[in-house]
Ligand binder design. Structure first.
Ligand SMILES: NC(=O)c1ccc[n+]([C@@H]2O[C@H](COP(=O)([O-])OP(=O)(O)OC[C@H]3O[C@@H](n4cnc5c(N)ncnc54)[C@H](OP(=O)(O)O)[C@@H]3O)[C@@H](O)[C@H]2O)c1
Length: 258
């Protein structure tokens, strides 16, 4: 029976993932910050005999990631699914940037994800499916328009994922990331186009289809590939003029003009 290791499984898209994988007959190893308070997840697990286990994990605390990897030593993980993120970031306020929150956003959304890959690579390498997938956000690959704490942490995550794909591809591990769509969850104040489970279903399909050959990419929920480099996407988006200027600058540099 295949196993998925899933972070942030207690609510939002993570809870949606738990449902979708359980429904598909997978074992779900759910990592949450506060297992005692994960009532929705526990209630879900009650419907799927012994398929769900719940473990404590705080992505801002690297020792907690190592501790869980150690606890799960000998357990193979077919899909490592980095879903959790610090989503409650303060809004931009130039002059009053909250640097503590920014550090935490990087710890959880970027460095914690790299650490997950490092701590669990052996569990994944020993599995049948050998995949790692990280839930990113389109906002990390768009021309700038606010939310700089969250945006920059997801841009950095995308770069980490690309690097992980290069590093782990030769070991047969397929690594990629994806945007979940605009999803109804706490992070969007329940606004959104998709239900959490619906979004999780789309991303599961992408993960199912992922191979070492298609790895290293950033996927939209419909399976299309989003460029990591912002200037190639959405020419009508706010800020789209700037990339042209960057292109011109880059060309001048290449031509030795500056
Ligand atoms: N919803 C959208 O439209 C949307 C759009 C783009 C990208 N995304 C991405 O999709 C993923 C899920 O988002 P969501 O909308 O479901 O968000 P959410 O409802 O805010 O859920 C965030 C999850 O991350 C967990 N988390 C936060 N900090 C953590 C930490 N330090 N250690 C471990 N877990 C931590 C939360 O646990 P607690 O309950 O303990 O806080 C919660 O389970 C995120 O990566 C998010 O950036 C969502």
């Amino acid at each position: 029976m295949p196993k998925v290791f899933l972070t942030g499984a207690n609510r939002g898209i993570g809870l949606g993932f738990a449902k979708v994988y359980l429904e598909a007959g997978w074992r779900v190893i759910a990592a949450v910050r506060n297992p005692e308070a994960a009532d929705d997840l526990k209630n879900l697990g009650a419907d799927y005999d012994n398929l769900l286990s719940i473990h404590p994990l705080d992505l801002a605390d690297l020792t907690s990631i190592d501790a869980l990897a150690k606890e799960l030593r000998g357990v193979t993980i077919d899909v490592l699914l980095g879903n959790a993120a610090k989503t409650d970031n303060p809004m931009d306020e130039f002059g009053s940037t909250n640097y503590d929150a920014w550090v935490e956003a990087f710890q959880v959304n970027c460095m914690g994800q790299m650490k997950l890959a490092e701590a669990f690579v052996g569990h994944v390498a020993g599995s049948d499916h050998k995949k790692m997938f990280f839930v990113s956000s389109r906002i990390g690959a768009r021309p700038p328009a606010g939310l700089v704490l969250f945006r920059s942490s997801k841009s950095a995550l995308n770069q980490v994922v690309m690097q992980l794909s290069l590093t782990l591809g030769p070991r047969g591990i397929a690594v990629a990331c994806g945007h979940p769509g605009f999803v109804k969850s706490k992070s969007t104040l329940s606004m959104g186009v998709f239900e959490a489970e619906e979004s999780a279903g789309y991303l599961k399909k992408i993960i199912d289809d992922l191979t070492v050959e298609t790895a290293g990419q950033f996927f939209d929920p419909d399976g299309s590939v989003l460029p990591i480099v912002t200037r190639q996407m959405n020419p009508n988006a706010f800020g789209a003029k700037a990339p042209d200027a960057w292109d011109e600058q880059a060309k001048k540099r290449d031509d030795g003009e500056s």
